[in-house]
Write a protein that binds this ligand. Sequence first.
Ligand SMILES: *Cc1c(COP(=O)(O)O)cnc(C)c1O
Length: 433
Amino acid sequence: MFLYDCYGINDNGNLTIDGVDTAMLAQKYSTPLYVMSESLIRENIRSYKNAIERFYNSNGLVCYASKAFSCKEIYRICKDEGIGIDVVSGGELYTALSVDFDTDKICFHGNSKSIAEITLAIDSGVGRIVADNLTELENIDRIALEKGVTANVMLRVKPGIDAHTHDFIKTGKIDSKFGFALPNGEAFEAVKFCLEHNNIKLVGLHCHIGSQIFDSQPFELAAEVMVQFIKKISDELSYDIKELNLGGGFGIKYTQNDDPKPYVEYMEGVSRALIAECEKLSVATPYIIVEPGRSIVGAAGITLYSVSAVKSIPDICNYVLVDGGMCDNPRYALYQSEYEACVANKAAQEKTEKVTIAGKCCEGGDKIGENMPLQKAESGDIIAVFSTGAYNYSMSSNYNRNPRPAVVMISSNGLDKVIVKGETYEDLIRNDI
Ligand SMILES: *Cc1c(COP(=O)(O)O)cnc(C)c1O
């Protein structure tokens, strides 16, 4: 009935997350509210970890791509699970450092890193800086030289795999703004640059082929192409690339129509393809890194709203107006992403309506979804939107001076606790002069 097992219905007919009544949570903490299941987050992390143990001889590391959801508590959980993290900005790095995250296990990404960010990464001893372009490589080498250190660098490579959600092709597609293109020799030149500069240690290659991908084949294809590149570097430059970072992008269920494979299956396929290609080309199997973001936290989160009013436009649509919107979830406004929802305090009832859930922001496009099946809603009801754990809080804004909602986590012991406080009006004017 629900997309994931951590959701259920209790005797009051209310939606539960890890057994906790969501209508109670809405009352206790007020709405809008993000709620997350720690158990599901840990379960997702472990399925990737276990897959690397099982299919790749433990020769790898899971790095949670924290742009999906970044705050101190998620970094503590990753630390506790013994995995690494990706950060893509000085701000994410700062947050991770604030909980003493092991810098060895941090990958620092970004296609437009500032000098200040590169300096922070080098000063804090980040394990791998994933370099995007030649100017950045020059900057890394210069700053590392000034500090008298050698920076560990991976190169972000565009392998020419175009992995759209349902339709992927191997192309020379190199129009992305991220990284060095493989097909036109750019990536090879970047490797040479690293080898010629003393304050850079080239530890590996990185690729990330897309997001919300359901098929394991594009990942397998990317792994093969990258191994072929490792072979070329070995043959022509006599340099052994030790690590291969295959990025993230594994899909989750936003609606019943989405059908991602269990993560262990992607990892099994990718590991097999990688090992087979290495054998074929007589290349040593590299240490691998995978960087799931959405698939760690996405399904583990819901957003609770209160219905302020229901507005019918006869023969057009029924608007269910909620007390949040694009300020806490801009994904529909950005790319029409689909969600499922229910009336949390009527979860046991039939979904008899088709509605547009719209927010409170002064934008016509401020919607959570259109044509959404829903129980009959009225003012005062609580709406739960599913699969909002990734790219919601992290993409939220103060548009219209709406304070960001709190994030409550249902701990593994079944107790609810605030992990990010909700913003107050006072917070909104904190930096105003
Ligand atoms: C966004 C991103 C990820 C995570 O992608 P998901 O689709 O959330 O799994 C991993 N690696 C890199 C480099 C990314 O940019």
